[in-house]
Design a protein around this ligand. Structure first.
Ligand code: G3P
Length: 225
């Protein structure tokens, strides 16, 4: 996957579900193709497969479960997601936490199903701990900044330490950063500080013109590449 990556998490925001979710994913696809910048989306779980079937950009699930397929009712199956064109999954988002052992199991199942794994961590030590498990990427998101108006990039030391922690855990795991990342300048700062991607939500999903916001971000990425 081309770096850096902007990964837009639709959460369960009404602005990003159902038909509006498809339009949002299409807007991300337009910007991605116009500016040759990698934008991925993580739609609401129930919309994931439908959106994966409707866009060419990478689509991530917001979560997977760790039950092997078969005698398991009501679980989110990694292999089914993959079969329908989903590229990866978030794990351990601050709003959908799982324990370290389950993270390890989920990474293993996702690898077998050929899904990329982006594991979220709320602290610097946790970023290193999950990076040791060799996921594709780790996104450090201070929980107190999620959904707010203060970007994590206004705390450059935290971003630098998070990038270092992920790389120390496993040099091949990509460091991402998130929480309060809403503007092109925030994306620029994250990349300048060593992140290989940003994980963001409200700044795009709840914007009055999400395509405009993503376009501004893509333009900045073109200049820092
Ligand atoms: O998954 C991204 C998220 O937790 C950050 O949310 O709204 O601060 O960009 P937001």
């Amino acid at each position: 996957m081309q770096l850096p990556v902007i990964l837009v998490n639709f959460k369960t925001y009404p602005e990003g579900r159902g038909k509006r979710g498809i339009l949002l994913a299409k807007a991300a696809e337009n910007v991605s193709s116009e500016y040759s910048v990698n934008i991925a989306v993580a739609p609401q779980l129930l919309d994931t497969i439908n959106i994966a079937q409707n866009v060419e950009i990478p689509v991530f699930s917001q979560h997977i479960d760790t039950k092997e397929p078969g005698s398991a009712t009501g679980h989110i199956d990694a292999y089914t997601l993959r079969e329908f064109g989903v590229s990866g999954t978030l794990l351990n988002h601050s709003e959908r936490q799982i324990n370290l052992r389950t993270i390890e199991e989920a990474i293993s199942i996702a690898k077998d199903a050929k899904l990329k794994t982006l594991v979220c961590a709320g602290t610097i030590p946790m970023s290193q701990a999950v990076s040791i498990l060799k996921p594709w990427a780790v996104a450090m998101e201070p929980p107190e900044l999620i959904g707010g108006d203060v970007s994590v990039t206004t705390r450059p030391n935290i971003v630098k330490l998070a990038v270092e922690a992920v790389t120390n855990g496993n040099p091949d795991t990509l460091p991402f950063i998130g929480a309060g990342v809403k503007k092109a300048d925030h994306v620029d700062a994250a990349i300048q500080l060593g992140a290989k991607g940003v994980l963001l939500a409200s700044g795009v999903v709840k914007a009055s013109d999400p395509e405009f916001v993503m376009t501004e971000m893509a333009k900045i990425l073109k200049t820092v590449k």
